[in-house]
Structures are given as C-alpha cells and as structure tokens.
Write a protein that binds this ligand. Structure first.
Ligand code: TXA
Ligand code: MG
Length: 364
C-alpha cells in the first residue's frame, strides 16, 4: 500500500492508480472514502471484497463537476417537479455532505448500485477529493473506508488500521471536518424527498431550502429497539423500511468494545466503574459526573463547549481512541435530536447495537 499526501503531484499519482483500476482511499469532508472507478466492475468487486461488504449494499458515486451527472443520471425518468427539486438542492448543498438517490442510466454498473434502478450521487467539498475525482475518471464510487460494520474513518491512520493490507493507496488529507457521513436523500420517489440516512446536512436545513421532506423512523435512530435483525438486511415489515438505504443496518459503526448508550444528559447520573470508558457530549456533563465520582478516569468529551458541530467532527476519532484502550465497556450519551444531533444519535444507537454482535466476518 502506498501512502500519499495531498499535494498536486501526489493527487495526480492517486488519480493514475484509480484509472488503472486500483483502490485509493481519500479524504472527504465527512469521512474517508475507499475509491474505485465507478465504471470499472473489477475495481468495484475489489471494494466489496476489501471491506467485507455484502453486495446488496450499493455504493455512492462521487463526482466533482455537475456535467458528470449526464453519464450517470437518467434525467428522462424525472418529472418537472423533481427536476426543479434537484436543481434547488444541488444549488444549495453541493458541493457538500449530501447524497442524492436518482434514477440511473443503464450504463452504470449494477455492482455499483446493487442492481437497483437508482444511483446515489455525491459532490464532496473537500479540495483533495475534488482534485482526485477530476484528475481520474470523473466518477469515483466510494463507500466509507472501513471494514464493513465498523467505526467510520475520519483520519488516514483509521483507514490504514482497518484496511491497510487490502487496498492500494491512501491519500492523507488530515482529519475530516464534518466527521459523520453525508445525509442520503431519495429523490427517485414520487412523494416528497425522503431521508434514507441522517448525516452532515440536517433535516431542518433541507426543509428550509426545499420544503417538507420525509424521514422515516428507520433513518431517525429510533430503530435501536430492534427494528433491524442483528447483522441482517434491512428488516421486513413496513414499506418505509424496505425503501430505506439498503446498507442502513442496525449494528453499523460499531467499535470492538461493547458500547452502552444513555439518554441525553443522562451519563452524569450514572455510577463510575473502573475499567469502563465514558464519552460525554459536553464538558459540563463530564464535570457533573466527576462531581459525583471523584477520581474517575477514561473520560472523553465530544465538545467541551457542547457544540454539536464539534461533537460530530470528534465522534469517530474518540470512539477509535476509546476502542484502543482495551476497556470492558464504553458508555456514551445521546445528543439533542436536532440538526447534526440526529445523525450522531443514529450512529451511536447503531454502534451500541453492533458492538454486541460478533465481528463482521461472521455474518457477511
Ligand atoms: O459521507 C459519505 O457519504 C461517505 C463519503 C466517503 O462520501 N460515504 C459513505 O458511503 O458513507 P457508505 O457506502 O458507507 O454508505 C452509503 C449509503 C449506504 O447506506 C447505502 O445503502 C446508501 O448510501 N445507498 C447507496 N446507493 C443507494 C441507492 N441507490 N438507494 C438507496 N440507498 C443507497
Ligand atoms: Mg459506511
């Protein structure tokens, strides 16, 4: 595996590797992606293999110019209303942490889209990602660069730790600024656009720009009580869930250490146990806990000031760090369910389910 920086020459080299069908992990503003040429089926197959990802879970295709959509999206299948919506959304949120599900052209390989009639598209804002995409083929399929089901990578070292021996190249562009994956919004449906996965763009911001959007409970982190079977595919049952992002499994984003999730601001009231780790939303909550449990250690804070934005940027890095300490358990608390808080609560509740499952290899 080659480790590169984000200089022009190094990005050019990474782009050459992508054109040759190699797997190149690269930084984006959300999390690191594991890139492959979206039109090279052999490279796509290797992405699934490297991640241990089931093939029913489609990939996001990354672009860095609007005209790249012409090769991928079947515009003829969109009515006027949805075309207007697409224009508005793209103008407001691209480049940025939003993925759009749109009808696809038949030339897009089935492997990229898991045989669906739609493709997921994202135009990332990270300059290194944009350069890499533009310098290569203009369409780069990239899931998050972590083993299937595990914590997402927000730094190059996370990628190397999880996938270093299975991929060809990692581009180190420093820590990801947003820290949670993109929001996935389905524009292929006939009703209002529908959030399939909460992420870097909050529901409130979307609604302010385009009016009402649907957000089924399956995307809202409200399925922790068991809407999804352990390690299985999206659950049977309501149409809502059947239409949710196919890869939105309960038990995703899991650390190796069991994670116990507490209510918002609730961790301050729990009793400290040695050998267990604590992840607080704010410095205030940690201080309240320490007031009741003097001498407690392995205490981590998502944002000293209680900022949800900062908490998002730190979430996966702190979970990676806690996971390396060899603790018996990690305790974390939920955040207020607004804006990015919804995405963080979604990741935490899936992490708390997944951390109690057997390692990914056993059920993929
Ligand atoms: O921020 C992100 O989105 C990152 C960076 C690298 O861009 N990528 C990422 O990819 O999170 P991944 O593969 O970990 O998650 C993609 C999600 C999955 O839940 C998948 O099921 C959903 O997008 N998805 C992809 N194509 C879809 C489609 N055609 N219809 C519905 N959901 C789709
Ligand atoms: Mg992922």
């Amino acid at each position: 595996m080659i480790l590169l920086g984000a200089s022009d020459t190094e990005l050019r080299r990474g782009a050459e590797l992508l054109k040759m069908g190699k797997l190149v992990a690269f930084p984006t503003e959300t999390v690191y992606g594991l890139g492959a040429d979206a039109f090279n089926t052999r490279a796509l197959a290797r992405v699934f293999e490297a991640k241990g990802r089931p093939r029913f879970d489609p990939l996001i295709i990354h672009i860095a110019r609007f005209d790249a959509l012409d090769r991928i999206v079947l515009f003829e299948a969109l009515d006027g209303r949805r075309r207007t919506l697409l224009d508005k959304i793209a103008a407001s949120f691209w480049p940025g942490p939003l993925t759009l599900v749109l009808p696809k052209r038949k030339e897009v390989p089935d492997l990229a889209t898991a045989g669906l009639a739609t493709a997921a598209l994202r135009f990332p804002s990270h300059p290194a990602a944009q350069a890499l995409i533009t310098l290569s083929t203009g369409a780069v399929a990239a899931p998050s660069a972590n083993p299937f089901g595990r914590l997402s990578p927000t730094r190059a070292e996370h990628v190397i730790e999880g996938l270093g021996d299975k991929i060809d190249c990692v581009i180190d562009g420093g820590p990801s600024a947003v820290g949670v994956e993109s929001t996935v919004l389905d524009l292929s449906v006939s009703g209002p656009p529908r959030i399939l996965r909460y992420g870097g763009i909050g529901r409130e911001a979307l609604e302010a720009a385009i009016g009402p959007v649907e957000a089924p409970a399956a995307a809202a982190g409200e399925d922790a009580a068991g809407a999804y079977p352990q390690g299985g595919r999206s659950s049977p049952g309501t149409e809502d869930r059947a239409r949710s992002a196919p890869g939105n499994l309960r038990g995703h984003y899991a650390p190796g250490t069991p994670l116990i999730l507490h209510g918002s601001d609730a961790l301050a009231y729990s009793v400290y146990r040695g050998g267990e780790g604590y992840l607080f939303f704010s410095g205030k909550n940690r201080d309240a806990f320490v007031g009741r449990n003097p001498g407690a250690s392995a205490l981590f804070v998502l944002s000293e000031a209680g900022s949800v934005l900062e908490a998002a940027a730190n979430l996966f890095e702190l979970l990676h760090r806690l996971d390396r300490l060899g603790l018996d358990r990690i305790h974390a608390e939920m955040l207020p369910q607004e804006g990015l808080g919804a995405a963080l609560n979604d990741r935490l509740s899936r992490a708390s389910a997944g951390s109690l499952l057997p390692p990914p290899g056993k059920y993929t």
